[in-house]
Design a protein around this ligand. Structure first.
Ligand code: GLN
Ligand code: ZN
Length: 766
């Protein structure tokens, strides 16, 4: 029996990678310094895993930005618009790599970034590969090889991790018509074959091919692509040990095809789908080893050794322990580094810490599970097992988790069914009367730049270097300045700027019961952006108003309407580590009721517009279509619960981003928000295609300024996008706004971009 990891977090235990990359972008450190830190982070990961006793340690799981972008560069899938940036030297290539991720505005060049989207149903974002007709790939980066050699030279033989060729193609997009990206497979395989040859020379034994698409609904053509890819790899490299990894779901109806792939090992996700084990055990050919993904790579709860051992024993009984491997369900990329770094004075966290495990603890769990399943239990092993079980049974009964009032309130809401508002047309009339707005009203998604000064204010408050009063005063000054600026710029619906918020989930979670927070529990969200997901450990409720003072203050400084800003229930769920002792739908609806308390209080305070952000509604969608209906059923109900009981004159907005929404537009309409703002600028308004088929009933602001890139759009560019939108959406329904909040941008660029945006709207009105 072998233990292995599919991938280890790469941001560094104190976010060293993130900080160093950002310093490099800012020109503060050299290329050499950057790569030195990268190397250090990798080396520490490898050595730690070795020390903990992992048998097969991964390499090429490191990345300076994103593992899909890594492969783009490796196989030379470099969009043509970047070709002038290609370089012969390593630094030049790394700069090209960052330019592909972030866009490039320099030396008179103005190149748009590649698109970014959610990695399956996670909150990680990958860069979307771009494919062209008759595209020729060529080996252009040797990162995979260098990392293997680097580990080898320090005495650690590794398993190379590669994103599999079929998933790589499927994750990308055709950028011109007249072909199917799967047609590029043959040429792509040549590169993979060459990569494997290079690794062979260095003595690689195992390669892990990540093919998460194997848990998705696949067409016959896609299935054939898998068969083709892995038979070519087998044929050209019969010596290679091929590990095929699947995660985030069950193999389902792809099982039969997968078993034909002639690989040496298959990894399955038994956390998401433990029930698939028996079927797989009966189908698996005797030449294939089965890697059991039994430790949850997507959540932070302690492993239940009893449950895991039941699964392991089933597998061992059927195929023998020689053919069983143990692993986390997926890469540990999605969990924080190390629970031991949480030396916290925070009471709640201390109380729930024994229930938890981060990457390092999960790695330890694997090693223990191997012992538990192999050894005749000696005293020590028995003790570990007993301790694990007693912690978990204490947790189940803990009074920290259960709040009867919350349970009763939700039961009552459930009995009343999904809340319904007055018809949109009537609401709209009522809203127009109390709040007249011009055509193409301009607004923002919420946040304005979170400057160094603001972050340092927060840090000072935390360290008690300034008083709460001083902090509030400074934030109020910031709000006032921002409101004034928006008035001058001519925006119609103003926002207060969200300066008091560190993060749209954390900020609220800190004020809600049932949430706990870590000090250092960072996970990568995209590129150098990391988040510290809250931990929802118990029943959720809102003890007191959370935003009313700030929003009411902002409204008191202006005649124009100010939007109240809240985070939606599904987004809380998606961006948190959620308790696993009750269905996610229950937790989601509990959160919705807490938000509803806030919505009502904002309304009573005279706020006319309330935005409930649901950027994560798309990513919560199950990967398999057959599970969609059930998801939407509770997700939509939760959103409606959050705005239940508001008056007709109160305008509810929502916001969504980072995703493809085309397929689910009809469901989004069921949320029945009065206005939705939605990301679309990065995909050049592809989103709008959806509206040629589906007529969105309420109002909509397609994002026309890509805030994920430092590039500033011109007035004409924005105007062009808006004109395009006006052809598909009734002009009366269109709002004008950026595609997301501005917190990651600087003031200088923000001002120019928003001024251009307002000018474009004015011209369109004329
Ligand atoms: N209101 C939030 C903001 O502007 C929305 C952020 C998001 O969609 N990710 O920052
Ligand atoms: Zn957004």
């Amino acid at each position: 029996m072998i233990t292995h990891n599919l991938g280890y977090p790469r941001i560094g235990s104190y976010r060293e990678t993130k900080k160093t990359v950002e310093a490099y972008w800012a020109g503060k450190i050299s290329y050499d310094e950057l790569t030195r830190v990268g190397k250090e982070v990798r080396m520490r990961n490898w050595q730690l895993q070795k020390k903990l006793g992992i048998d097969l340690i991964p390499s090429n799981d490191f990345s300076y930005y994103d593992h899909v972008l890594d492969i783009c560069l490796t196989v030379g899938a470099i969009p043509k618009r970047f070709s002038s940036l290609e370089s012969k030297n390593d630094k030049g290539m790394l700069d090209l790599y960052f330019a592909m991720a972030r866009g490039y505005q320099n030396e008179g060049k103005d190149i748009t970034a590649m698109e970014m989207t959610k990695w399956f149903d996670t909150n990680y974002h990958y860069i979307v590969p771009e494919f062209y007709k008759n595209q020729q790939f060529r080996l252009s980066s040797f990162k995979f090889l260098e990392e293997f050699t680097e580990a080898k030279n320090s005495g650690i033989p590794t398993k190379t991790v590669l994103l599999g060729p079929v998933s790589f193609l499927l994750l990308g997009k055709e950028k011109e018509s007249g072909f199917d990206r799967l047609d590029l497979l043959e040429n792509l395989l040549e590169i993979y074959i060459e990569m494997i040859s290079r690794l062979k020379k260095q003595g690689v034994e195992w390669i892990q091919f990540d093919e998460p698409y194997l848990v998705m609904d696949l067409s016959e053509k896609q299935k054939r692509a898998f068969i083709r890819a892995y038979s070519i790899i087998r044929e050209k490299h019969p010596w290679l040990k091929v590990m095929l990894t699947t995660y985030f779901g069950e193999l389902g109806d792809n099982l039969e095809m997968i078993m034909l792939l002639n690989t040496d090992a298959i990894h399955i996700d038994l956390v998401r789908s433990p029930s698939q084990l028996p079927e797989i055990l009966s189908a698996i050919p005797s030449s294939i080893t089965l890697s059991l993904g039994i430790v949850d790579g997507r959540n932070i709860w302690k492993n239940d050794f009893k449950k895991s051992l039941d699964l392991i024993n089933k597998a061992v009984e059927k195929i023998g322990n020689e053919r069983v491997m143990l692993a986390p369900s997926c890469s540990l990329l999605h969990v924080p580094y190390d629970l031991d770094l949480e030396a916290s004075s925070n009471n709640i966290l201390n109380e729930i810490k024994p229930w938890m495990a981060f990457a390092k603890q999960k790695t330890e769990e694997l090693v223990v599970l191997k012992k538990l399943s192999l050894e005749d239990w000696n005293d020590e092993v028995q003790k570990i097992y007993k301790q694990n079980q007693s912690i978990l049974s204490l947790k189940m009964k803990s009074s920290l988790i259960h709040n009867e009032d919350v349970k009763t309130r939700l039961a009552k809401a459930d009995r009343m069914g999904r809340p319904v508002r007055t018809k949109f047309a009537l609401r709209k009339e009522a809203q127009k009367e109390v709040m007249p707005l011009p055509d193409f009203p301009t607004t923002n998604i919420g946040s304005f730049p979170q400057t160094k000064e603001i972050r340092s204010l927060r840090a000072q408050l935390k360290k008690n270097e300034i008083t709460k009063e001083q902090y509030n005063l400074s934030i109020r000054q910031e709000i006032t300045k921002t409101i004034r600026w928006q008035e001058q710029a001519g925006l119609d619906v103003l926002v207060h700027g969200e300066f008091e918020r560190n993060d749209m989930v954390e900020y609220f979670g800190e004020m809600l019961n049932g949430f706990a927070f870590t000090k250092n529990g960072w996970v990568q969200s995209y590129g150098t952006r990391c988040v510290k997901p809250p931990i929802i450990y118990g029943d959720v409720s809102r003890p007191r108003p959370m935003t009313v003072d700030w929003i009411a203050f902002a409204q008191s400084t202006t005649e124009k309407p100010v939007k109240g800003m809240l985070t939606g229930p599904v987004t809380f769920l998606q961006w948190s580590f959620v308790r696993d002792d009750q269905p996610r739908s229950e937790t989601c609806k509990q959160i919705a009721l807490a938000i509803n308390d806030e919505v009502r209080d904002l309304e009573s305070a005279g706020i006319r517009i309330i935005q409930i952000d649901e950027p994560a509604i798309r990513e919560g969608l199950p990967l398999r279509k057959k599970e969609w209906d059930e998801y939407f059923d509770w997700a939509i109900t939760a959103f409606r619960l959050a705005c239940a009981g508001v008056k007709d004159i109160t305008q509810i907005h929502t916001h969504m981003c980072y995703s493809e929404f085309n397929l689910i537009m009809d469901k989004i309409a069921e949320l029945d928000a009065d206005v939705i703002s939605i990301e679309s600028s990065r995909s050049q308004m592809e989103l709008l295609d959806a509206f040629s088929e589906f007529k969105y009933p309420n109002e909509i602001g397609p994002g026309i300024y890509d805030i994920h890139s430092p590039r500033i759009p011109s007035k004409d560019e924005i105007l062009g996008l808006l004109q395009k939108a006006s052809k598909l959406i009734h002009p009366e329904k269109i709002w004008v706004n950026p595609d997301c909040g501005l917190k990651t941008r600087g003031w200088a660029e923000t001002k120019i971009a928003l001024t251009n945006m307002v000018k474009a709207a004015e011209e369109l009105r004329r």
